[in-house]
Design a binder for this molecule. Structure first.
Ligand SMILES: NC(=O)c1ccc[n+]([C@@H]2O[C@H](COP(=O)([O-])OP(=O)(O)OC[C@H]3O[C@@H](n4cnc5c(N)ncnc54)[C@H](OP(=O)(O)O)[C@@H]3O)[C@@H](O)[C@H]2O)c1
Length: 302
């Protein structure tokens, strides 16, 4: 397949591109810098520029681009960038693709379990309604922005992704230095749920969605065994052979991260991959111990 990929420099995108190329697919990267290589096409979602003709001839799109949600305190300006880069960026891309003589038949896009908002112990499947906080609104607008794919008969898949485990990036990458020093601990009450997925499983899901004609609509891209922050903390300590006895108080996190602390660290989602289970999808890493071993590269379980 010839696949247009946005956000190809990110944590997921950079690994996904390598994996898809190794599987024999041709990748066209949609990048925000001036093109430096033959496989790149430039767009500028911030100023609404996308030369759609340069994306002609693609069989599929993988849309990952968006301002990093955990990249810093949620100032008004950052919140605007997070929202606009997803809602407006997606609409810009989809409107451009719609104008092509042959619009891509497959569109696979990132979303996040933040769609469901803070829901305590409630078990969340794809049938659950969205939450009512700001991040839920971002995810809802982000998902809606690609609805037009269906008007050209495209197959649209949305990955409501949980915490992707990788030692070099994302939330785990940020926590690791503290845990390695033995000063990691539960965050706040430790009762908040964490829906996670190993990077390997996340990449496999994107790959599957590109070719599995049965996949359509939103999927919880999360391992089948979400855990509380307390369980996650204990498992991480065990994998690293470090103590995790120093809890991080909620007020300290709020002081450091403001509103973001409540939305991303002190509350969470207990999401289950119901629609993937119905497809018979098998995850490589199902327990948090397996996921962490795989992420930390110190001998995954196989
Ligand atoms: N990693 C996770 O745990 C996780 C969890 C849930 C959902 N997700 C979602 O999955 C997608 C990929 O995740 P990731 O971890 O790979 O993200 P990432 O490392 O933050 O990469 C996102 C990419 O988007 C592009 N980008 C950055 N700022 C942008 C902006 N203002 N406007 C448009 N594009 C921008 C960049 O690519 P270029 O510089 O090449 O344009 C960047 O490499 C994201 O949309 C993320 O929200 C990730």
């Amino acid at each position: 397949m010839r696949i247009l990929v946005s956000g190809s420099s990110g944590l997921i995108g950079s690994r996904l591109v390598g994996r898809l190329q190794a599987a024999g697919h041709e990748i066209v990267r949609l990048v925000r810098h001036p093109t430096q290589a033959r496989d790149e096409v430039t767009w500028d979602p911030a100023s609404g520029r996308f030369d759609h003709q340069r994306a002609a001839g693609c069989d599929a799109v993988v849309h990952l681009a968006g301002e990093n949600i955990a990249g810093g305190r949620w100032t008004d300006e950052r919140k605007r960038r997070i929202h606009r880069s997803r809602a407006d960026g997606t609409r810009l891309m989809v409107d451009g693709l719609a104008k092509l003589d042959a619009s891509p038949p497959v569109f696979v896009a990132a979303s996040a379990v933040g769609y469901y908002g803070a829901r305590g112990d409630e078990v969340l499947t794809e049938d659950s309604p969205p939450g009512d906080d700001w991040l839920s609104e971002v995810c809802t607008d982000w998902e809606r922005a690609s609805e037009a794919v269906e008007s050209w008969g495209g197959r649209r898949v949305l990955m409501r992704t949980g915490l992707v485990l990788d030692q070099e990036g994302g939330a785990l990458g940020k926590m690791l230095p503290f845990f390695r020093l033995g000063v990691g601990g539960v965050l706040g009450s430790g009762e908040q749920w964490m829906s996670w997925i190993s990077l390997d499983d996340q990449l496999a899901l994107y790959e599957r969605a590109l070719t599995d004609e049965r996949m359509r609509g939103a999927y919880n891209a999360t391992a089948p065994e979400p855990v509380t922050n307390r369980t996650f903390t204990k498992a991480l300590g065990e994998v690293l052979h470090r103590p995790t006895i120093l809890p991080v108080p909620a007020f300290g996190l709020r002081l450091l991260y403001g509103e973001m602390a409540d939305a991303l660290l002190l509350t969470g989602q207990r999401a289950l991959p119901k629609r993937l289970s119905e497809l018979g999808h098998s995850f490589r890493h199902t327990s948090i111990g397996e996921g962490l071993h795989a992420a930390l590269g110190d001998g995954s379980i196989d």
